[in-house]
Design a protein around this ligand. Structure first.
Ligand code: 13P
Ligand code: 13P
Ligand code: MG
Ligand code: MG
Ligand code: MG
Length: 383
């Protein structure tokens, strides 16, 4: 008897600017989900990270189920009504279509779902982020499932010793590849270290192909007919008994890593682990936040959450993240604080530069080799 966990998220407006989804929006979502308990879902928990609303739901209907996706869409539509009434910033930002058509995939919201047979005890961790994008999970998922210096269980637990399988998506080429660790670890790193092209979508345990982790990656692709950029992601990770322990799932975040996002989705910055109360990015619209909510799934019900990053054990990680923020902020509009053009969430820089197009003049006296090996000198354009 299988249970499905669906985490569906959207940004439907911020108070103020892009900083926070206010209580009124969460309440609007809760009212919609409450009505659906026993009809569609078994249980739910609504939270926020910055201006993103996260609907955490359990049910028996499997992944990609139309009723569950429609329910999430309806909740976000209700929240959008409230956001519009309050003239919140970016009201309805992530609802890219006027009407629902079967699945939230391609319509704006992000979505991470997994279906499994509930174990004797089923601890899961739900991660929600703001001011970053799905590639933010490349580094921590690698550490959780492939690095024995992070996860002692890879060495100690007989059911993990055969390793994990990573499903990696090529965002540019729209294709995917499966890589087995530990054997193919170097090739995996060769791919996922490149945030411009590759994102981890899922992780499976090799021994029995059980699902271990899943990340929302919807917006990395072209959706709703056009490129709408990156998205603040969510992820679900199963823990304990053949999977990394909860503390091993959280450990990668004790040493913050740099992720794309932050101001205007156009800067590198540290990913700061925080409790729910502190998921309020405001400094330069950041730095990027991640919350971790621990649940015990019990007969399909979500027992919890335990607000895992609220623990004092992550105080130092927060301090380090703020130091990293200070250091990289000094670079202002210079790389490596600013993202390369291919990774910017906003595509307005070319418009700024267009005004300069006619003002560029050729460099004198240089033999510029163009395509086909013809130089400008060959063409008699320069001496
Ligand atoms: P306890 O002794 O607190 O149950 O912890 C066991 C464990 O494996 C911690 O990682
Ligand atoms: P969000 O992706 O959280 O809406 O933030 C966008 C932005 O421009 C922040 O400066
Ligand atoms: Mg926003
Ligand atoms: Mg956001
Ligand atoms: Mg964003």
């Amino acid at each position: 008897d299988k249970v499905t966990i669906s985490v569906i998220k959207a940004d439907v407006g911020g108070l103020c600017g892009h900083s926070l989804a206010p209580d009124e929006l969460l309440e609007a979502c809760e009212a919609v989900l409450e009505e659906a308990v026993d009809e569609i879902i078994l249980d739910y928990y609504v939270t926020r990270c910055g201006d993103d609303i996260d609907l955490i739901m359990s049910h028996k209907l499997g992944c990609d189920n139309e009723k569950v996706h429609k329910l999430a869409w309806d909740a976000f539509e209700e929240a959008t009504k409230v956001a519009k009434e309050l003239k919140l910033y970016g009201a309805g930002q992530d609802l890219l279509s006027d009407s629902f058509s079967g699945n939230v995939r391609g319509m704006g919201p992000g979505c991470a779902e997994m279906e499994f047979v509930e174990r004797k005890s089923e601890p899961i961790v739900v991660f929600c982020c703001d001011k970053t994008d799905p590639t933010a999970f490349n580094y921590p998922l690698y550490k959780m499932f492939a690095d024995p210096f992070n996860t002692a269980g890879l060495v100690f637990d007989p059911s993990m010793i055969s390793g994990f399988k990573f499903e990696v998506h090529d965002i540019v080429g729209h294709k995917k590849v499966f890589l087995d660790t530990p054997e193919e670890m170097y090739m995996l790193l060769a791919l996922i270290g490149d945030y411009e092209k590759y994102a981890i979508k899922r992780v499976y345990r090799r021994r029995d192909n059980e699902i271990a982790a899943v990340v929302s990656t919807e917006k990395l692709n072209y959706i709703a007919g056009e490129y709408v950029g990156k998205d603040d992601p969510v992820a679900i990770v199963r823990a304990q008994s053949g999977f990394p322990a909860v503390g091993e799932v959280l450990e990668p975040f004790a040493n913050p890593h740099f992720v794309p996002g932050w101001m205007r989705g156009s800067h590198w910055g540290p990913l700061m682990p925080v409790g729910e109360e502190d998921a309020t990015p405001t400094r330069f619209d950041g730095p990027a936040r991640i919350i971790a909510l621990g649940f015990q799934v019990c007969d399909g019900m979500l027992i919890g959450p335990n607000d895992l990053f609220a623990d004092k054990g992550f105080d130092k990680a927060r301090e380090k993240a703020l130091e990293m923020a200070d250091i990289i902020r000094r670079m202002g509009p210079f790389q490596p604080h600013r993202l390369p053009a291919t990774m910017m969430e906003y595509t307005t820089v070319p418009k700024v530069l267009k005004a300069l197009e006619d003002r560029f003049i050729p460099l004198e006296g240089l033999e510029l080799v163009e395509e086909g090996g013809i130089t400008r000198k060959d063409r008699g354009e320069v001496e």
